[in-house]
Write a protein that binds this ligand. Structure first.
Ligand code: HPA
Length: 271
């Protein structure tokens, strides 16, 4: 495991002609076009990276991108790995271990999610303030490497309060409506039944999705600061649960992309 991580990081260092940035971004479902805002791009397709899993889902292109977002050098993952694709949690979070090896200090994550909070509307941006981990396997299960982090990591501030405060200020200045709330991470691949949406809301969730939580746990394990946003692509609000499809999720995410990009770009450049 450690040797593979070092090998992958070494390969990436050799492929990139500019210094490796300290900021990374993970682009979620329907949000991959955000790379259009990245200047001076260098692409590394996942299938060329040793030990890297290959993304299998439509809407997840599968490239590692190095470039500049505004004035900041960034590394972006266009496409991520999901537990429902059949990967175990060590594989899902492998890129985060590689990021740490490369010297990443701050991670920005995005995803598409279903909204359970009755105040939410489709197309809303939700700043993630906290999460509830409902995945059936924990990414830190197994041997702990002390050089990464402690056996029993603290999760009292999984999402950086400092970055949340900056993001709220930015949204206000730019007149962008942002919500905030708790993201429930679940394995999928089914969307929720009305009873499941209700349950996730009762236990404290505002939005639900099939990603993010494993990556955030592993990032926090290694002391990487995290900021996360969900784009609300469908509603699981009691009484108005409608049919939902991956195509609709992608479409709604794409429509909300510019708003998310504006906040992300400003935040990356300001913090
Ligand atoms: N549930 C789970 N995952 C999702 C949803 C949802 O309603 N929308 C987008 N990803």
């Amino acid at each position: 495991m450690l040797a593979k991580i070092k090998e992958t990081a070494e390969y990436i260092r050799g492929r990139v002609s500019t210094p490796i940035p300290t900021t990374a971004i993970i682009l979620g479902t329907g949000l991959g076009a955000l790379v259009d805002s990245i200047a001076d791009k260098q692409y590394i397709p996942y299938n060329e990276i040793p030990n890297f899993p290959v993304s299998t889902v439509e809407g997840h292109s599968g490239n590692l991108i190095f470039g500049r977002l505004g004035d900041r050098p960034v590394m972006a993952m266009q496409g991520r790995f999901h537990f429902y694709e059949g990967y175990d949690m060590k594989t899902v979070t492998f890129p985060i271990r590689v990021m740490h090896e490369l010297g990443i200090k701050t991670l920005f994550v995005s995803n598409a999610a279903g909204g359970m909070n009755p105040e939410f509307e489709i197309g809303d941006i939700m700043i993630i303030t906290d999460h509830i981990n409902l995945f059936p396997e924990h990414p830190l299960r197994g041997k702990n490497y002390e050089e990464w982090g402690p056996r029993f990591p603290d999760m009292s501030e999984a999402y950086s309060q400092r970055l949340i405060a900056h993001a709220k200020d930015i949204a206000k200045e730019k007149g962008i409506r942002v919500m905030h709330g708790v993201y429930v991470g679940t394995q999928g691949p089914t969307f929720e039944t009305p009873a499941e949406y209700r349950y996730f809301h009762i236990i404290g969730g505002d939005a639900v999705g099939m990603s993010t939580v494993p990556e955030v746990i592993v990032a926090r394990h290694m002391g990487i600061e995290v900021f996360g946003v969900s784009v609300i692509t469908d509603l699981g609000v009691e009484g108005i649960v409608e049919k939902v499809s991956h195509e609709e999720v992608q479409k709604a995410a794409q429509a909300a992309q510019p708003k998310m990009m504006e906040i992300m770009t400003e935040l990356v450049n300001r913090f």
